[in-house]
Design a binder for this molecule. Structure first.
Ligand code: NAD
Length: 279
C-alpha cells in the first residue's frame, strides 16, 4: 500500500469510526420518511434513537421497521412508542437519550411526525380551536421545544443538524389540508429562527420539502389521495411521485461535512414538482 493510499484509508477509517459513535434522533421514525431515513442512516453507520406513536396494524409495521434497524445497527437502535410532542415525553426520555449516547452530541434531530387534523375550516366539520392548536403544536412548535431541551442538555453542538419535513401545502390551499398547512408554515419559521440563532455554534437548521409521497399519512389527508398520486405523476417533471428513500438520501447528504454551511434553507426533494404548474 502506498503512503497516500494508507493515509486515505486511515482517514476514511477515522471518519467511519467517528460516525459509528454518533447518534441521530428521529421523531416519527416507524413508517414513511422517518423510517426510510432511519434505515439509510443506520446503513451510513449512525446509531438510531426514534419515537413513534402506533397502535394496531401500524404497530406491527413499526415492529418490522425496528427489527430491520436493530439488525442494520447491530443493536444500536432504541425506539419509544409514545407521543413525542408532549412535555412529559421530553422530560422522561431526554435523560435516557443522554444515557444512550453517553452524553455525546446528536448528529441530527429530525422531525418527521404526521399527526394532525385533516379537515376544512368551513362546511360540515369545521376545524375547532383545539384541533388547530394540537396540529400546530405537534407538527410545528414541538420541534422548537425538543431543540431547546436537547440544547440545554448539551446534546446539540457544532455539526448537529435540525431538520423538519415540509410540503407544497405550505403555500398552496388544498382540500382538508388547512390545519397542517398552518403547522408547516409554523415549522418552517421555527426552523429558520433556530438556524439563525444557533448557526453561530455550528448548529444548522433546514426544512426538506418532499413532493407528494404515498405514505400512511397521505391516505389520511383526503379520500381522493389516489387521484392526487395519479395527478402528481402527470405534473411531476420526472413523471413519478417522491419516495421516502428519496428523502432519506437527501437527509443523508445533509449530514455530510460538505453541507456544514447550508442553514435556514428549504431543500426541495420532489423532482421539480414545486416548479410545475397544474394546467
Ligand atoms: N407523505 C407526503 O406526501 C409528505 C409530503 C411532504 C411532507 N410530508 C411530511 O413528512 C412527515 C412524515 O410523514 P409521512 O408521510 O412519512 O407519514 P407516516 O404516517 O408514514 O409517518 C408518520 C410517523 O409519525 C409518527 N407519529 C405520529 N404521531 C406521533 C406522535 N405524536 N409522537 C411520535 N410519533 C408520532 C408515526 O408513528 C410515524 O412514525 C410529516 O411531517 C409530513 O407532513 C409528507
Amino acid at each position: 500500500m502506498s503512503f497516500f493510499s494508507s493515509q486515505f484509508s486511515l482517514s476514511l477509517h477515522l471518519t467511519l469510526g467517528e460516525i459509528m459513535s454518533e447518534w441521530v434522533l428521529i421523531l416519527g421514525g416507524s413508517t414513511g420518511h422517518g423510517a426510510a431515513t432511519a434505515k439509510k442512516l443506520a446503513k451510513d453507520g449512525y446509531g438510531i434513537i426514534a419515537f413513534h406513536f402506533d397502535r394496531g396494524e401500524a404497530k406491527k409495521i413499526a415492529e418490522q421497521t425496528i427489527n430491520e434497524i436493530t439488525d442494520l445497527t447491530s443493536g444500536r437502535c432504541h425506539y419509544f412508542n409514545t407521543n413525542a410532542a408532549s412535555e412529559d415525553a421530553m422530560k422522561t426520555y431526554i435523560p435516557k437519550i443522554k444515557e444512550i449516547s453517553s452524553g455525546s452530541q446528536l448528529k441530527l434531530l429530525l422531525h418527521s411526525i404526521a399527526f394532525g387534523t385533516t379537515t376544512n375550516f368551513f362546511g360540515d366539520k369545521p376545524v375547532t380551536q383545539r384541533q388547530m392548536d394540537m396540529t400546530v403544536h405537534v407538527m410545528g412548535n414541538s420541534l422548537l421545544y425538543w431543540t431547546q431541551n436537547l440544547l440545554n442538555q448539551e446534546l446539540l453542538g457544532d455539526g448537529s443538524r435540525v431538520i423538519g419535513l415540509t410540503s407544497e401545502g405550505n403555500y398552496l390551499a388544498m382540500e382538508g389540508y388547512g390545519p397542517v398547512s398552518v403547522a408547516k408554515v409554523a415549522m418552517e419559521a421555527v426552523i429558520r429562527q433556530i438556524g439563525w440563532e444557533l448557526g453561530q455554534y455550528g448548529i444548522t437548521a433546514n426544512s426538506v420539502q418532499a413532493g407528494v409521497t404515498p405514505t400512511r399519512a397521505l391516505t389520511k389527508i383526503n379520500d381522493r389521495w389516489e387521484d392526487w398520486v395519479e395527478n402528481t405523476k402527470k405534473r411531476n417533471p420526472m413523471r413519478r411521485t417522491t419516495t421516502p428513500e428519496d428523502v432519506a438520501g437527501t437527509i443523508s447528504m445533509l449530514l455530510r461535512p460538505e453541507a456544514d454551511f447550508i442553514n435556514c434553507s428549504i431543500i426541495y426533494c420532489d423532482g421539480g414538482e414545486h416548479r410545475s404548474g397544474t394546467i
